[in-house]
Design a protein around this ligand. Structure first.
Ligand code: ADP
Ligand code: ADP
Length: 225
């Protein structure tokens, strides 16, 4: 069975249909990119998986479990936000540990996970700093690290690189691809950037007007746009 399964997911706001119907199975280790123009429903789809928007109709399965009505904390997910959403007064170590401490995970285990994530993202030397002392690229790594320490079934990323300059963006793109291959988890990644989709995705889901227009490998989608 798929690691994550979106079945006829639908989202309406009153009379506005934001997502008409999305069906998608995501395998373990698969990186899926949701691609499409602004307003097509990418973000809403991702936020329904995250539990940040209620699901109007349809079902969502994560790790074989029906999580349709569950809160974000009860789903096996971690989200990386475009604005990084770091706590300004906490150190980087504090930021990485916060979610785990809230979940009352054993401090020794928290330290182990934070140190491992920091090493994987090459931010060990930044652990005692505060977010304001970091560059944009470094903050992006910390935001990834905060998701990584959770060890979720699926990583959810909403335009994670849009605040970075072009050079850094292409470097982080490579790093995310490498990281994803290394950890072997499912990833759902929203972007409107075609290059990002082509270089990162195992499969690209092209959305238009709240529904899925096409699903395929980058080559499929590129050859038959
Ligand atoms: P994308 O991420 O592809 O840019 P969104 O998922 O943000 O698209 O939005 C899809 C559609 O849903 C858009 O038409 C948007 O205006 C509408 N929408 C999103 N959020 C709301 C909301 N809170 N209330 C009403 N309409 C919304
Ligand atoms: P954690 O570090 O475990 O994510 P947080 O306290 O940072 O814990 O987040 C609590 C919940 O709020 C999480 O489910 C997270 O997805 C959500 N959240 C965190 N930052 C934002 C944000 N900028 N916008 C929307 N939701 C957020």
């Amino acid at each position: 069975m798929a690691e994550v399964s979106l079945r006829k997911l639908r989202k309406t706001y009153g009379a506005v249909v934001a997502v008409e119907e999305v069906n998608l199975d995501i395998a373990k280790g698969e990186l899926i990119v949701l691609l499409g123009p602004s307003g097509c429903g990418k973000s809403t789809t991702l936020r329904m998986v995250a539990g940040l928007e209620t699901i109007s109709a349809g079902e969502l399965y994560i790790g074989g479990r029906d999580v349709t009505g569950l809160e974000p904390k009860d789903r096996d997910i971690a989200m990386v936000f475009q604005n990084y959403a770091l706590y300004p007064h906490k150190t980087i170590r504090g930021n990485l540990a916060f979610g785990l401490n809230m979940r009352r995970i054993d401090p020794a285990e928290v330290k182990k996970r934070v140190d491992a994530a920091a090493e994987m993202l090459d931010i060990t030397h930044l652990l005692d700093r505060k977010p304001r002392q970091l560059s944009g690229g470094q903050m992006q790594r910390v935001a990834l690290g905060r998701a990584l320490v959770r060890d979720p079934a699926i990583f959810l990323l909403d335009e994670p690189l849009s605040n970075l300059d072009a050079k850094l963006r292409s470097r982080m793109r490579e790093e995310i691809a490498l990281l994803q291959r290394r950890i072997g988890k499912a990833m759902l990644y929203v972007t409107h950037d075609q290059t990002e989709a082509m270089t990162l995705a195992d499969r690209i889901v092209i959305m238009r007007d709240g529904h899925v227009q096409q699903i395929g490998s980058p080559l499929d989608v590129y050859d038959h746009p």
